[in-house]
Design a protein around this ligand. Structure first.
Ligand SMILES: [Zn+2]
Length: 75
C-alpha cells in the first residue's frame, strides 16, 4: 500500500470506508465536492495519515488501515 492511497474518508465526525462513504454521500468524483450533512467537505484518509486511535467505519465497523500512533498526554 502506498502512503498516498486513500483508505477511507472522514465526515460528520466519523470515519468511513470507501464503500460506506459512497453509500452515504454518493460516489467520489473528481469534479464534484462531496459534502457531509453539516455541509463540510468529506476528507480522504490516506494510508500515511496518523491517528491517535484506530479509525473504524461508522457504517460497517471495518477498521481503516491507517497508521495509529500512541500519544502520551502529560497532565
Ligand atoms: Zn464501511
Amino acid at each position: 500500500m502506498k502512503a498516498c492511497d486513500v483508505v477511507g474518508y472522514t465526515a460528520d465526525g466519523e470515519a468511513w470506508c470507501p464503500a460506506g462513504t459512497a453509500a452515504r454521500y454518493g460516489p467520489a468524483h473528481p469534479t464534484r465536492d462531496q459534502r457531509d450533512r453539516d455541509g463540510n467537505a468529506v476528507h480522504p484518509v490516506f494510508a500515511a495519515d496518523e491517528w491517535t486511535y484506530e479509525p473504524v467505519c461508522g457504517a460497517c465497523g471495518a477498521s481503516l488501515p491507517a497508521r495509529v500512533v500512541h500519544v502520551r498526554r502529560s497532565r
